[in-house]
Design a protein around this ligand. Structure first.
Ligand SMILES: Cc1ncc(COP(=O)(O)O)c(C=O)c1O
Length: 384
């Protein structure tokens, strides 16, 4: 059986994106210096996330690097990251010479386990980087307390969590730095792009200077006050992101309606366990529709994903535990073996084998399509 009707496409765009691109083109400045689009996008994005300080950057990986740099992370530092995440979590720390320390995630929400974070905090820990997995916010109460007690700052990786809320608070209202990605598949996109929310004006200014080769906004004399790099977003991308931001809220509302329908259907399939929701994350933008099939082998999972794609369902295998990649061991790796990390991170190990995700465009489909998608998954799992 195959999906009968096409699911909505992604990215979505319309006249607002077209008009934005023409506006950026015709204003005569295509970079942010002297242009209006990046400045306007930053103000709008900050306001939408309950923050006063947003900085647009080139991508979500650079957003993490910049956030770490502003917090003073560098060689000799340790950064606690979830083992189950996209590789940027550990790679951003390693690019600065810092050692990533992977810890396990919760087996139901797939978010970093605060008890594992607590156990990993040591004298060299300089940052804790929770990832709001697939839009489910991490336990920000427990992590906020750990951060306050230990004095180690949090960096919320909100690459999956545009518009998310924790107990009624927006990402920018939780008192920590937060980073976002706008790559092609993300909940808002300009093909590539990223942003950092800063909790205060001082760190925001540090971020600005470092993202612009160490130059303050007013520098005309090439003084380059600090080290840095060029992480500036361009005006075209910002014009598209302003239009994308205007679409976000309605899309979240729709996905919030569809996920309960899809997850209920998925839970009825023998062997399938959908990602659990911690309701304190009271607005979940649903970047991915995730589920596990405990006990499936990696080989069989890959086959199932191939067949799902053939049948019209945009399915993917879940992330690989970061320490199970070659990249992780190339620079600034912890003084631990894969076996030791695997022993410490049993849930990330399991997700590496048995995790699946569906593109969020599935959740922009009709209610009937949620039933169809689940029926195709059931059929493929029964037959593959
Ligand atoms: C959790 C997480 N963090 C960071 C990133 C990096 O973002 P980008 O691809 O924009 O560099 C991604 C992936 O895109 C991600 O999934």
């Amino acid at each position: 059986m195959r999906l009968e009707s096409e699911l909505p496409a992604w990215p979505q765009y319309g006249d607002e994106e077209r008009e934005g691109l023409i506006r950026a083109l015709e204003q005569g400045q295509w970079w942010r210096i002297g242009g209006g689009e990046v400045d306007a996008f930053e103000a709008e994005f900050a306001a939408a996330h309950g923050s006063e300080h947003a900085l647009a950057v080139t991508n979500g990986t650079h957003a993490l690097e910049l956030a770490l740099e502003v917090l003073g992370v560098g060689a000799g530092s340790e950064v606690i990251v979830p083992a189950f995440t996209f590789i940027s979590s550990s790679q951003a720390a390693q690019r600065l010479g810092a050692v990533p320390v992977p810890v396990d995630v919760d087996p139901d929400t797939y978010c970093i386990d605060p008890a594992a974070v607590e156990a990993a905090i040591g004298p060299k820990t300089r940052a804790i980087m929770p990832v709001h997995m697939a839009g489910q916010m991490c336990d920000m109460d427990a992590l906020g307390k750990l951060s306050a007690d230990s004095g180690v700052p949090l960096i919320q990786d909100a690459a999956h969590a545009h518009g998310a809320q924790w107990q009624g608070k927006k990402v920018g209202e939780l008192g920590s730095v937060a980073t976002f990605s706008f790559q092609n598949g993300k909940l808002m996109s300009a093909g590539e792009g990223g942003a950092v929310l800063f909790p205060d004006a001082e760190s925001a200014e540090k971020g600005f200077v470092r993202h612009s080769c160490g130059r303050p906004r007013t520098d005309r004399g090439y003084f380059h006050r600090t080290s840095g790099s060029n992480f500036r977003l361009n005006e075209f991308s910002a014009s598209v992101l302003r239009a994308q931001l205007a679409r976000l809220d309605d899309q979240i509302t729709l996905r919030e309606q569809r996920w309960p329908v899809l997850s209920r259907q998925l839970a009825r399939i023998p062997g399938v366990v959908p990602q659990a929701r911690d309701d304190r994350g009271n607005r979940n933008p649903h970047y991915m529709a995730m589920f596990r099939v405990p006990g499936i082998t990696e080989e069989r999972r890959a086959k199932v994903v191939d067949v799902l794609v053939e049948r019209g369902v945009p399915a993917f295998v879940a992330f690989r535990a970061v320490y199970r990649t070659a990249a992780f061991w190339e620079v600034a790796a912890p003084d631990l073996t894969v076996d030791e990390l695997a022993r410490r991170c049993p849930h990330s190990e399991a997700l590496t084998r048995d995790g699946f995700w569906l593109h969020h465009r599935v959740l922009l489909g009709s209610e009937e399509q949620m039933h169809e998608v689940a029926a195709v998954i059931a059929d493929v799992l029964a037959g593959a």
